[in-house]
Ligand binder design. Sequence first.
Ligand SMILES: Cc1cc2nc3c(=O)[nH]c(=O)nc-3n(C[C@H](O)[C@H](O)[C@H](O)COP(=O)(O)O)c2cc1C
Length: 196
Amino acid sequence: MFDAQAFRDALGSFVTGVTIVTARDADGQPFGLTANSFNSVSLDPPMVLWSLSLQSGTLPVFRDAENWAVHVLSADQQGMSDRFARAGADKFAGLAVSDGPEGAPLIEGYAARFGCRARFEYEGGDHAIFLGEVVDFDRREAEPLIYHSGRYGRVMRAPTGEDLEREGLAERSDDALSLTARGHDLLAALQGLAKR
Ligand SMILES: Cc1cc2nc3c(=O)[nH]c(=O)nc-3n(C[C@H](O)[C@H](O)[C@H](O)COP(=O)(O)O)c2cc1C
C-alpha cells in the first residue's frame, strides 16, 4: 500500500524557499497564502508556477484573478509565513497594503517579488497548478527563509575551494563542513538561550 506519510516525509527532503502568493478578488479585496510549491519554468518568455490545494478557500480568487504576485520571503519573515498559512484568518489585518505594478497586493520585506499575468491553469491531482508570465520583478539583498522537513531554516553556505585551501582543509572538506554545521547549531542554541 502507498504510505502517504512516508511520501510526505520523502518530499520534505527537498529543500525549498517560502513564498506568499497574493491576488485581489473581483471586489478588490486582497487574498494570499503561504506556498512553497513555487518554481521557475521558462526564461523566454519569463514564466513561473506554483500549485494550490483544491481545499483552499482562496481557490476561486486565483482561478479568476488576471494577475498574481509571488513574494519570496526573507529569513526574518517567518511570522509572515505563519500568518498567511492560517486558513480563513484576515491575513492582511494591520498590514499596509499597496499594489505592485501588475496590480496584486504587495507585502513588504521580501527577498524577491515576481508580478505575474495569469496564463494557464492545469489539473494536478488534488492541487491546481497556476502558470504565470512574469511582467515585473524586484530583488533585494536579503537572506531567504528556507523550508525543510516541515521546519523553517536558514541558508548555510558551504566553504568554497578557496576557503578550504586557505585554512589548509582542502583534503578534509567533508570534516570541515560537518564542523561548520555543528558550530552553526551551537550558535543557534546559544542565541535561543540568550533570548530567554
Ligand atoms: C511553508 C508552507 C508552505 C506551503 N505551501 C503550500 C502550497 O504550495 N500550496 C498550498 O495549497 N498550500 C500550501 N501551504 C498551506 C497553506 O498556506 C494553508 O493551507 C493556507 O491556510 C491556505 O490558505 P487559504 O485556505 O486561505 O487559501 C503551505 C504552508 C506552509 C507553512
